[in-house]
Design a protein around this ligand. Sequence first.
Ligand SMILES: *Cc1c(COP(=O)(O)O)cnc(C)c1O
Length: 323
Amino acid sequence: MGIVLQDIFKAQRTIRSIAQHTPLVSALDLSTRFDSDIRLKLETTQETGAFKLRGAANKILNLTEEQRKRGIITVSTGNHGRAVAYVAKSLNINATVCVSELVPANKIDALQQLGVTVVIDGQSQDDAAVRAAELQKQHGYTLIHPFDDPFIIAGQGTIGLELLQDFPDIDTVIIPLSGGGLIGGVALALKSANLNIRVIGVSMERGPVMYHSLKAGYPIELAEQESLADSLGGGIGLQNQYTFSLAQQYVDEVVLLTEEEIAQGMAYAFRQLQLVTEGAGAVPIAAVLSNKVKSLGKHIALVISGANVNMTVFTDIVRKFEE
Ligand SMILES: *Cc1c(COP(=O)(O)O)cnc(C)c1O
């Protein structure tokens, strides 16, 4: 069973009470520099500081009464877990979140403040997933996958519907890429309206699993590495069902960034745009600044996916690029 545009329209109605229609703002300095109309889709303004609220809301609001009663569980690098926790709390559902030891302390604190049970286990997202599967069996929880689920993809895809509405001239969208739920949903919405809209994914050089999977023609695994764009860490799953084929079908180009380029993107977002972004949230800006995007277009939307950054990391970067 695939995902169709209708599912994204349905998601738009479903999530209205929980996720915001986020602002689209002009990036004047960037537009001038690149002689085009560049706008920022500010998912940083969602209640949980990232777009993942959309998918989580759509998935959880579609659970049966019985599933809600038993409770839910998820594995997360942070923002998905936070979104699941937020939705669970607002619907009074018992939630458990499994995270790896690589997940930064600020994200774990935020989860605990949202009132979920946090289980920290293992050196990778895959280790945390093994633990989640055990707990799921033991307690009859429903697993809320971070990306490879039709309801999650359709929820993230609502960003695409908002872009079509707020930016009818859009010809290019630049999107952070990890598991591919975000890019899959947004691309499906945009390409359904206009196949000529270019969809560009951005990952980091440190462990870009989707990039190498697309090159190979099938899902592959890579060792997880630490990156400033920590929300882009993790694999796509060797048994990937949805996001890999969506990416194969709809992603026109994938750009890979160095840690230095990601840091520059974050510093630029803060100085020129007054935006606090996490590494993953700044990669579309960094991709433009790096001149690595092959065909940039004239009416470009950058999906600024998240704001949840460790303050020490953030202030160090802003200071480093200050002059
Ligand atoms: C999860 C996440 C991404 C990547 O989304 P995928 O659906 O896994 O590709 C990008 N940015 C932020 C801030 C995220 O939390």
